[in-house]
Design a protein around this ligand. Structure first.
Ligand SMILES: Nc1ncnc2c1ncn2[C@@H]1O[C@H](COP(=O)(O)OP(=O)(O)OP(=O)(O)O)[C@@H](O)[C@H]1O
Ligand SMILES: [Mg+2]
Length: 763
């Protein structure tokens, strides 16, 4: 036996060397499915199969890169480079480019992203004189996408009674017509969206049997990773391509199917058995990734799902330690706890930064960890998402703030002068810019002296420009009177940004709303901190702090040795020595949007299983008892998932907290809080920011307002609503400027202005 096969266990070896015919590998996390695919490709190459006759499909580009790299070390780079390897979208975009003429497309067709698609749909809705309140572009796009992934063309859509009835029930009976026009216009513009790449491949294969045949003959072996998350459109493509040679190997884990909201179909696994009755089934049971404790904990989680293929998974690695559950006072403290734990582990066990990953349910959660990491000077990278301050909606809102503070800031001005759309087109903008250049002035100066330049514009345009100037001047007038929070809230609303962001409930739109909410939380937090320190709380000061943060964030070229931050969805298939699963709270994880159906909960549970099984040595879970939502601190409860892990495999750090096995039990006080904190999570359309009260301001922080300042003295143990427990080191000054220096267990040394910082005396 050749050397490389010795790096596999007997079950894996069988899965690797059984190259002919159909093979299905269904096995739990960390059992070597991806490794089997990698070795199988290497094995084929060693047997002399030419690389360009092997097609391997992965879920992410990163996975493809890593697999190729590994194969290159086994068979040499020249050969590995010739493999057909990549995501479905990238591989079939390539095929479509070379066959585009058969579909009447130019081979240079454009690929539309979601924003492009939505704006096209918006204009179609307008052309059709429909209301974009009823026909929300994001929702319409969702319907179209689902149709495409199920291979339902516009003509078929009109005949599809189920879809038509669904549309009618939600009073959107014209979706099929929008779909028809959308397809026609995309075609006219020479553009395809992501779903089109798969749909058009299917159309190509359906309408051009000779082309299908060409690829069928060509591709001798097909391999698919993460098969549980393929949709119908992908399933049909693979099925057709494999028809000639029948050498198809798919690997997956039904317990890790987490993309049903994008049309992924677990049934594809069952279909596989029907399509290839002679298929061979391989089961891999040994997990090589994680400690026994982690594997056992993960098994106990997934056992709670009704719908699953039973699998045995065991580990022969060390027993390992129990999953530590951290219970934080607040989202801020959670950040400190995680970062301190990383420091500790790094020191104690000699780990590198790259051995740590922080996984969260939604992108917006990254901000608190980013800030804590920055403050501790730890290098980090955000995977699969833009860094918080790089996100479009954040940049837009901050651009408004910048123009308010300094209207001469031209980049910011250009960014928002016509966002949200207010009819100030490119021609107008170009004219202003030319006038500015000619007179050596800033664009803003041209704008405010329109009388002098009125010959440049017609009355309508001039009116629009004046109203924009009025808008910004209005904000600027509030600069001195309002707190940063109130002013930014005013800017977000008056500018029309909120309306623009809150007009639909697609996952992307919700993510953007959450980001704005998160920025508002950041501002509130900034104000509270500044007040406690006795500093300035105006918008100017907030902007300064933000720009300093981004200045420090100098991304270096080597992205290697850094702490990773990512959503659980994007962590699929990856592994890290230490994994922190954060924000494990009801309503956040499981997400409140999934609570209504058992199916929804089961998918969230699979996501939780994916998260835990990323860890090799240590898995750590945390939740906060209060979290900023819409600028207010709201109570949170630990997720039901924490209670679902068998108690033998977990260990609570700090106060033991009761985890309700049935959600919904609240004390009256909590229930009262919940009624407003929930605005973020119910599927209510529209935005609903609540008036913000400084949380140190009395009634909201009831249990924290009890301490009389006079009773404080050095040496006392105190509790702060965000920083948690700490000991007073010293007290200085007289009221109202009295300050306490407190050494917090997790947050470190802080100096607090006592009139704002309500400290509870613990003893
Ligand atoms: N026989 C083996 N000997 C040594 N290490 C192995 C063996 N099989 C797998 N591994 C290692 O175990 C880890 C998990 O393997 P792999 O990522 O292939 O699992 P997987 O089943 O694809 O996991 P997931 O379901 O999370 O995608 C990897 O680090 C891999 O190199
Ligand atoms: Mg894998």
């Amino acid at each position: 036996m050749q050397n490389y096969l010795e790096q596999l266990n007997p079950a894996q070896q069988q899965a690797v060397i059984t190259t002919e015919g159909a093979s299905l590998v269904i096995a739990g996390a960390g059992s070597g499915k991806t490794r089997v695919l990698t070795f199988r490709i290497a094995h084929l190459l060693m047997q002399g199969v030419p690389p360009h006759r092997i097609l391997a499909l992965t879920f992410t580009n990163k996975a493809a890169r890593e697999m190729k790299l590994r194969i290159a070390t086994m068979v040499g780079n020249d050969i590995a480079q010739k493999l057909w390897m990549g995501t479905f979208h990238s591989v079939f975009a390539r095929i479509l480019r070379s066959e585009a003429d058969k579909l009447g497309y130019p081979s240079s067709f454009t690929i539309y992203d979601t924003a492009d698609s939505k704006s096209l749909i918006k204009s179609i809705i307008k052309q059709m004189k429909l209301s974009d309140k009823e026909y929300k572009p994001g929702q319409v796009l969702g319907r179209i996408s689902s149709a495409k992934n199920d291979l339902v063309t516009p003509a078929a859509y009109a005949r599809d009674q189920h879809r038509m009835m669904e549309d009618q029930a939600s009073r959107k009976g014209m979706v099929y017509e929008i779909y028809t026009r959308y397809m026609r216009q995309c075609y006219k513009f020479g553009a395809m969206d992501f779903d089109d790449l798969l749909l058009n491949t299917n159309i190509l294969f359906r309408d051009h049997p000779e082309i299908l045949q060409k690829y069928q003959n060509w591709i001798q072996y097909i391999l698919v990773d993460e098969y549980q998350d393929t949709n119908y459109s992908q399933y049909i493509i693979i099925k057709k391509l494999a028809q000639k040679h029948g050498n198809i190997c798919v690997v997956g884990d039904d317990a890790q199917s987490i993309y049903s909201f994008r049309g992924a179909k677990i049934e594809n696994i069952l279909n596989f058995r029907n399509d290839y009755p002679d298929y061979q089934l391989f089961k891999l049971e040994q997990n090589y990734r994680s400690t026994q404790n982690i594997v056992n904990a993960a098994n106990s989680i997934i056992a709670k799902n009704q719908k699953q293929i039973k699998k045995a998974v065991f580990s022969e690695k060390d027993q390992g330690s129990r999953i530590k559950i951290h219970n934080a006072y607040s989202d801020i403290e959670e950040g400190y706890i995680v970062i301190n734990d990383i420091k500790d582990k790094k020191l104690k066990h000699n780990y590198d930064y790259q051995d740590f990953a922080i996984l969260y349910r939604t992108n917006a959660q990254s901000r608190i960890f980013e800030e804590a990491l920055r403050k501790s000077n730890m290098p980090y990278k955000i995977y699969g998402g833009l860094s918080f301050y790089q996100r479009k909606e954040i940049k837009d809102l901050l651009a408004y703030c910048r123009v308010t503070v300094n209207p001469a800031d031209q980049e910011a001005l250009k960014r928002i002068i016509n966002y949200p759309t207010r009819g100030i087109g490119k021609t107008t903008l170009d004219k202003i810019e030319a006038a500015a250049v000619a007179s050596g002035k800033a664009m803003w100066e041209i704008l405010i002296s329109l009388e002098d330049t009125s010959r440049l514009f017609n009355a309508g345009t001039q009116r629009k420009l004046n109203s924009f100037v009025g808008l910004i001047n209005g904000f600027a007038a509030s600069l001195k009177q309002q707190s940063a929070y109130d002013l930014v809230m005013e800017i977000a609303t008056q500018s029309g940004m909120m309306k623009d962001l809150y007009h639909d409930r697609t996952p992307e739109a919700i993510a953007r709303q959450e980001n704005i909410q998160e920025l508002m939380n950041g501002i509130q937090e900034f104000s509270n901190n500044r007040m406690e320190e006795g500093g300035e709380t105006g918008l100017i000061h907030f902007l300064e702090e933000v720009s300093l943060l981004t200045d420090q964030d100098n991304e270096s070229d080597d992205d290697i040795n850094k702490v990773t931050l990512m959503t659980i969805h994007s962590s699929k298939g990856l592994e890290f020595k230490n994994v922190y699963i954060v924000g494990v709270e009801e309503g956040l994880f499981p997400s409140s949007m999934t609570l209504e159906s058992e199916q929804g909960i089961e998918e969230e549970r699979r996501l939780f299983y994916v998260a835990v099984t990323r860890a090799e040595d240590y898995a750590t879970i945390s939740f906060a008892r209060t979290r900023y939502k819409y600028g207010e601190s709201a109570f949170c409860r630990p997720s039901r998932f924490i209670g679902e892990i068998h108690s033998d495999f977990v260990e609570f750090s700090g106060d033991k907290i009761k985890i309700a096995d049935k959600p919904g039990k609240f004390t009256p006080k909590q229930a009262e809080r919940r009624s407003f904190s929930n605005t973020s999570t119910t599927a209510k359309p529209g935005y609903n920011f609540k008036k913000v009260e400084n949380r140190q301001g009395g009634k909201k922080g009831a249990s924290f307002s009890g301490s009389a300042v006079g009773n404080l003295k050095a040496g006392l143990l105190v509790e702060h609503i965000r920083f948690g427990k700490g000991r007073i080191i010293s007290l200085d000054g007289e009221m109202p400027n009295a300050k306490a220096t407190v050494d917090f267990e997790n947050a470190g040394l802080k100096q607090l202005l006592l009139k704002f910082a309500k400290l509870k005396i613990l003893g």
